[in-house]
Design a protein around this ligand. Structure first.
Ligand SMILES: [Cu+2]
Length: 97
């Protein structure tokens, strides 16, 4: 039973300290300039070069890119800049909180 208590304390510590860690964040970027099927490739390549980006899902039909990134290494502004520099200006989707 003593072990269980140790585990519970460990879990509690993890939960309490979690916000201080780098946690993966997801942002949806609206990329209105994706007008043909080759565009998402360019956008994807540009985002892949951004350090901290771990996952990129292109929703071509919606003209959106969903990017998962490490928020201790990069941020939404850097992602917007990356697509903009590649010729595809983007805007982060306003998320309801
Ligand atoms: Cu295109």
């Amino acid at each position: 039973m003593k072990n269980l208590k140790v585990v519970l304390v460990a879990v509690a510590v993890l939960v309490l300290t979690a916000p201080a860690w780098s946690s993966p964040k997801t942002v949806t970027l609206n990329v209105s300039g994706m007008t043909c099927e080759a565009c998402p490739m360019t956008v994807k390549k540009a985002l892949q070069k951004v350090p901290g980006v771990s996952k990129i899902d292109v929703l071509y039909e919606k003209k959106q890119v969903v990017v998962t990134f490490d928020d201790s290494k990069t941020n939404t502004d850097a992602l917007v800049k990356a697509t903009t520099n590649a010729g595809y200006p983007s805007q982060p989707e306003k998320t309801a909180k």
